[in-house]
Design a protein around this ligand. Sequence first.
Ligand code: NIG
Ligand code: FE
Length: 424
Amino acid sequence: MDLIIKNISNLLTCRWDNKTPKCGNDQSDISLIENGYVYIQGDTIIFAGDDPEFNSFIKSFPAGDRFEIDALGKTVVPGFIDSHTHFVFSGSRRNEYEMRTAGESYESIANAGGGILNTVTAVRESDEDKLFYISENRLRNFVRYGTTTIEAKSGYGLDTENELKLLRVINKLAKSNKFELDIIPTFLGAHDVPPGIDKNEYIKILTNEMIPTVTIGKLAEFIDVFCEKGYFDKNETIEILSYGVSHGLVPKLHTDQFNSIGGIEAAIKTRAISVDHLEALNSDDVIKLSEYNSKENYMIATLLPGVSYFLDISYPPAKELIERNVPVALATDFNPGSCNTENLQIIMSLASAKMKMKTDEILNAVTYNAACAINRQHKLGSLSEGKQADLIIFDCEDYRDILYHFGVNMISHVIKKGKVIHEY
Ligand code: NIG
Ligand code: FE
């Protein structure tokens, strides 16, 4: 049955050229239509536009079985894309959260053997079925707040057997999950060095064993490294990412979270598709990103303000990046240590209130630009003819209320591939 969403008070299509991300002033281009219509056939949008255009479209369109949703007084936006998460894991780090609120830092907990390695222990003890079950149930929380596509990283196995186990679970979820969400796998074997092994030894295993196995099995599309003091330095990052590239993986990077140690140069050298975190980004590196983006390349700055909030560290320089024409995306970074939320709307609120991003910039940062960060802009992240029918209906007539009326989930419907997957 076809689906018509009619009388939409504010329809944000966020449409663009399907190739380049939106940067500078274009980051605010949301293509707002008042009194809009969307026509969906199967899992595809075949019309998104205004009232007069819809009238002529529908006249020439053969009448069939149709279901209608009246969106008078409502706002429709593209389904949100969470382009940076670690949602497949087991265990909890609630004890570390309490240690942090009592004054300990994320770094001191990690140095004492907690942090990422804590989750690694839990993951190694869990079998695939358990990880699948826990992680699939987490998808409900993403969906409730409007997320319809999720990137997912490995990185809590840290040996060949367990990294592959995580990637198999991610791929199984990508193939089939209760909500039919799109799930995009990233290999993050270089998240930390496991205990009991020398770092150089581990890098050899990463390059000689893990990367070839991951690519032969087509288990990941992207490769990521945690470039940070005490984890992987600039040269190690370049070595690992380049190895991934030579095996057909596209680089992404965790960098400049606590310290600036040359991650931006590593990302530029390996032509990463995105640089993520950037809480400690300096102005020279903003310029480097700006210059890179001006030369027919693009590299998305994926900002994760939930981490700044949850760890009580500085916020990334969103305004400076946008002013310098660096395209910005926003993501949750959902993980058990540095940001334990699946709710992208909280992240949007932080971007607004704490980083002073404009409403329109934020909406592109979780739709079209986020699609660019996972190389899906031809299919996802905007509402136009031929795009996959992933969209959210908010119960507010002015789209600006999504940021203004904060802390309240105003979603009435989440539609994925043309089907209502959540209704309130
Ligand atoms: O993106 N910074 C590195 N990795 C994750 C946190 C992982 C964890 O603490 O479990 C992040 O913040
Ligand atoms: Fe992360």
